[in-house]
Ligand binder design. Structure first.
Ligand code: PLP
Length: 448
């Protein structure tokens, strides 16, 4: 009887909650969707309307919603040991989880620094680079190479290496220590240029930057295997391996930000090696690690980097969080991984990917669609022209228009200016993929 009405929740939300990416022009004036319950790949709003969760939460709900086993594992750990300071204590869930993670990663990535999410994992990786180079007496080797359209998080340092200009333009950043490599999106290559030539040009961007700035000034290169919130930008084939080799040759740490691509999104635990054949010095992950049931992130660090951070002096790597390696989050991650293993979710993703990607490619036939791209269970539609071939007057809002049209028909997608992206729970079936794309097709047709 004390349950507040939907209207009341909306009112409280409008008056008191500041959301991530809060619309400051519509401050206190905007009703966000009231999400009430969830089951499988579906979300239900306050009025009981059902939606396919196209974005999978925020690219994170790999095993889907409503898993009793997850709730039980979380409750059991909360009763047994809800918290222990990670600064001085070992706990069973953290130790077992760390062992699991290093078994999933390539090379000598044998050391796990647990964080509270993706941004803090990225911060940790960059601070480890600073620490390492200070330890080695290379005080000038600190510039971070990052990429236009890259997204790495919302802490000061992670935002500073984020290359989505719109997201950072009203903030101060540590940009004087960051250098951005230009857009790698093959869709944006000049008319007449082959994808191979585009790849050569993008690799040359890195080499030229190193030649100009000097390898002795550059500490790290940070890259997402696929630039996800930048618009699911799949790099040209060979790009990652070639840029990785250049970093290795120049003693520049390679940080692979797998916050989205980890944990099955592309059909692998991690994509760096299994999809792209590289062995990064550090891998950052979060999101799918717990399928969003609890907050957790990790920065996985190679033995080589750890050794180079080691000192004969009694120095501490004084980086960390009260909720690093939170026992309840680690227990949730262990149960999540157990479910993914038991249900062979990596194989499931590999088996449904061709159908998902084919339905995505089929959208090319609509004139409004400029490009579609994706990999695994990641997809993006980039808008272009209206039906008569002229530019849409509202071109930049295509993402929002598709989102509105899809929502009417029971599908949520994520609008990104002139694009919309989706990354459904990995448990999605062929039938549900068809439902999703049937709605998308109708929406594309309507908006066009
Ligand atoms: N890195 C990448 C590639 C991401 O996509 C994100 C979030 O979307 C982050 C880092 C930041 O993670 P979090 O929001 O958990 O701090």
């Amino acid at each position: 009887t004390n349950t507040p009405s939907s209207d009341e929740i909306h009112r409280l939300d409008r008056e008191h909650v500041v959301h991530p990416w809060h619309a400051m022009d519509a401050w206190r004036g905007y009703d966000n969707m009231l999400v009430d319950t969830a089951e499988g790949i579906y979300l239900y709003d306050g009025a009981g309307r059902k939606f396919i969760d196209g974005p999978g939460g925020m690219w994170c709900v790999q095993i889907g919603y409503g898993r009793q086993e997850m709730a039980d594992a979380i409750a059991a750990q909360a009763m047994k040991l809800p918290y222990a300071s990670p600064f001085t204590n070992a706990t069973e869930p953290a130790a077992i989880l760390a062992q699991k993670l290093v078994a999933m990663t390539p090379g000598d990535l044998n050391n796990v620094f647990f964080t509270t999410g993706g941004s803090t994992a990225v911060d940790t990786a960059l601070r480890a680079m600073h620490f390492m180079n200070n330890n080695l007496g290379r005080k000038d080797k600190k510039i971070i190479l990052a990429r236009e359209k890259g997204y790495h998080g919302s802490t000061y340092l992670a935002a500073s290496v984020t290359g989505k200009e719109r997201d950072v333009s009203r903030f101060d950043t540590a940009r004087d220590l960051v250098h951005f490599l230009p857009d790698v999106n093959p869709y944006h290559r000049p008319d007449g240029m082959s994808v191979d030539d585009w790849c050569d040009a993008k690799v040359a961007d890195l080499q030229n930057t190193i030649d100009t700035l000097g390898a002795d000034k550059i500490g790290a290169f940070i890259a997402e295997p696929i630039l996800c919130s930048g618009g699911v930008i799949v790099p040209p084939e060979g790009y990652h391996k070639r840029t990785f080799d250049i970093c290795r040759a120049n003693d520049i740490l390679y940080i692979s930000d797998e916050v989205v691509t980890g944990f099955g999104r592309l059909g692998h635990w991690f994509a760096s090696y299994d999809e792209f054949g590289i062995e990064p010095d550090m891998i950052t992950c979060a999101k799918g690690l717990t399928s969003g049931y609890m907050p957790l992130g990790a920065c996985i660090i190679s033995d080589t980097v750890m050794e180079r951070m080691t000192s004969d002096d009694p120095v501490l790597f004084s980086n960390g969080y009260t909720y690093s390696a939170h026992p309840v989050s680690c227990a949730a991650a262990l149960k999540n991984i157990e479910i993914m293993e038991r249900e062979n979710l990596l194989d499931h993703v590999k088996s449904v990917t061709p159908h998902f990607q084919k339905r995505l490619q089929d959208l090319r036939k609509y004139p409004i669609v400029g490009d579609v791209r994706g990999m695994g269970l990641l997809g993006c539609i980039e808008g272009r022209l209206s039906k008569d071939g002229s530019r849409l007057s509202d071109e930049r809002r295509i993402g929002q228009m598709l989102d509105d049209a899809c929502e009417e028909m029971g599908l949520l997608v994520r609008p990104l200016i002139n694009m919309c992206v989706f990354s459904p729970p990995l448990t999605i079936t062929i039938g549900e993929i068809d439902q999703m794309f049937d709605i998308l097709e109708r929406a594309v047709d309507l908006v066009g």
